[in-house]
Design a binder for this molecule. Structure first.
Ligand SMILES: [Fe+2]
Ligand SMILES: [Fe+2]
Length: 340
């Protein structure tokens, strides 16, 4: 299942398929007899089998058939099992396909080499049929759980983007906040893993607004105290939505704290300074910047340079992390000069 955008820019999920399907096994071995033996055994047990006779061919077949598991011989011509395994585990599209190395070698050194290449399991040749089938079955189960997890992630992200896209007041705000926060976190030199946490948190930061009354959310003019408190619930609601989802755990502190202010006057917890997670300090700046620079039904956008200057002038009030705000201004200047 993949998330993509249609010609109107609307987020869509394609490939949703609830049909029961036969799991696909890719068998890779330069020994034709071995391949036939495995094919016969797996066919009887209800699997669809694809075959390859060296590592290079295996990589092509993986791209073509997207197998649920790969049984991979180690000693092969052209490209051996370790190299093939390493290649497939490096590729984002194929890294979750379980790989079982089939090897006649039973030395510790070879196992270590296999583990380093990213293999999920080993089977020593000549293999015991029940053992082989049991391992194939359990690894396919793990793979399908991982797929489901990825689906849950796609659904939540699509929901966040769709909500935002349909809202004339925000129209693409979450995607822009995600992209800008991602760039800013790279600019200040955060590790790649944190950059992607911040990006994903950007997509979901306002997901809690799903529970906010739209009449209140879009009310022109000033909100009364009760209405304001209602709107202010969205970071906590967003964090709650993400709580049961494992993949979203690292995003929760950012989602919860994206309206905290550096001087402690923000919400929901009134955190201050470096008690506010760094990702949330980044997002707080980008969030306000995007609100200022995007077109809203009640006003046109403010030019980017003006927006940053307004924020810098406001910064004396202590809303934002001064170092991150400075870095943000630097980054925008650099991007603008590169664009010319
Ligand atoms: Fe928000
Ligand atoms: Fe926002």
């Amino acid at each position: 299942m993949t998330l993509h955008f249609d010609e109107n820019g609307m987020p869509k999920i394609s490939g949703m398929d609830n049909r029961v399907r036969v799991p696909k096994v890719l068998v890779v071995d330069d020994n034709v007899q071995n391949v036939e033996l495995l094919e016969a055994l797996l066919n009887i047990s209800g699997y669809e089998v694809m075959k390859a006779y060296n590592g290079k061919e295996a990589i092509q077949k993986v791209a073509e058939f997207d197998p649920d598991i790969i049984l991979l011989d180690v000693l092969m011509p052209i490209m051996d099992g370790y190299e093939t395994c390493h290649h497939l585990k490096q590729d984002k599209k194929t890294r979750f396909i379980p790989i079982v190395l089939l090897t006649a070698l039973d030395s510790l050194e070879d196992k270590v080499k296999g583990i380093e290449a990213g293999a999920d399991d080993f089977i020593t040749k000549p293999f015991q049929k029940p053992e082989l089938l049991a391992r194939v079955k359990s690894l396919i189960r793990v793979k399908s759980l991982l797929d489901e997890l990825e689906n849950a992630q796609d659904v939540l992200f699509t929901l966040a983007l769709a909500l935002d896209f349909n809202d004339p007041y925000t129209h693409g705000h979450s995607q822009r906040v995600a992209d800008l926060s991602h760039r800013l976190s790279a600019f200040i030199g955060l590790p790649v893993e944190e950059q992607s946490i911040i990006k994903n948190a950007g997509i979901l930061h306002d997901i809690g607004k799903i529970a906010t009354d739209k009449g209140v959310l879009h009310k022109p003019g000033t909100l009364n105290g009760k209405e304001l408190n209602h709107v202010k619930e969205h970071p906590v609601v967003g964090a709650k939505i993400c709580e049961p989802l494992n993949f979203a755990k690292p995003l929760i502190p950012i989602i919860r704290s994206h309206h905290e202010k550096y001087n402690g006057s923000g919400y929901p917890d009134g955190k201050a300074g470096n008690d506010i997670p760094q990702g949330a300090r980044i997002m707080a700046i980008v969030d306000v910047y995007d609100a200022l620079t995007s077109v809203r039904p009640y006003r046109s956008d403010i030019p980017t340079e003006v927006a940053v200057e307004v924020m810098k002038a406001e910064a004396v009030k202590g809303y934002w992390d001064p170092e991150i705000l400075e870095a943000f201004s630097e980054m925008l200047k650099l991007e603008a000069s590169e664009a010319h």
